[in-house]
Design a binder for this molecule. Structure first.
Ligand code: GRF
Length: 204
């Protein structure tokens, strides 16, 4: 399966996927065709380029409508004919039209145990709420904010000595394992079509 990755920032999750791909970790990813960013200055674009992957910056123009921007993204990625899009820190909400085009084949990583703490600054939301456990979630993307069907989750315990920074760091360490694992499961067809989504059949 051909895969594309969308990022907006540092791209450490993306980097893990690219490294794992190079190591031959994925059994059914035929190609990571591009890394796209809506931010030209995203550190992750440099990282991907240094690792020899195709990068596509598609910044939103001042005053540009969301759908017009999305159409330019679709135009830019069309030649690559990817089956799966991985959102690895992509900070834009995709329209239902865009999501439908990939009919359930968009996956996202979120730094909380969804459905708890959707939206931005999820680690801070959890930390400020005083939870003893948070973590990270991978899920299929639908029209709801961080609300699509869950694929995998990993819990991270909050220690009494944790600061927001140390807690977030440990969550990120788990994200770096969870996202490649999710991509492997999804692409290796351990899922089957169900209600318009690919549904979990068997976890590793
Ligand atoms: C991660 O915490 C991810 O869960 C969230 O955005 C962050 C991206 O980090 N959606 P990075 O760019 O992969 O380092």
């Amino acid at each position: 399966m051909r895969v594309g990755i969308f990022i907006s920032g540092t791209g450490t999750n993306m980097k893990k996927i690219l490294e794992k791909y190079r190591e031959g970790y994925f059994s059914a990813v035929s190609d990571i065709s591009f890394v796209l960013s809506d931010k030209t200055s995203a550190q992750g674009l440099k990282t991907a380029s240094n690792l020899g992957f195709k990068t596509i910056p598609v910044p939103r123009k001042p005053g540009e409508k969301r759908l017009d921007h999305e159409n330019r993204i679709l135009e830019a990625i069309r030649p690559f004919n990817v089956k799966i899009i991985v959102l690895a820190g992509f900070m834009r909400i995709l329209s239902p039209k865009f999501i439908k085009k990939f009919s359930g084949y968009i996956i996202n990583i979120h730094p909380s145990l969804l459905p708890a703490f959707p939206g931005v600054n999820a680690q801070k939301q959890a930390f400020d709420a005083g939870v003893k456990i948070s973590g990270c979630t991978t899920h299929f993307v639908d029209e709801t904010l961080d609300g699509g069907p869950v694929i995998l989750q990993r819990a991270v315990k909050r220690n009494d000595s944790d600061t927001l920074e140390s807690f977030s760091k440990r969550i990120l360490v788990e994200e770096h394992k969870l996202l490649p694992e999710t991509l492997d499961i999804v692409t290796a067809e351990k899922f089957r079509d169900y209600c318009g989504y690919i549904k979990v059949e068997k976890h590793k």
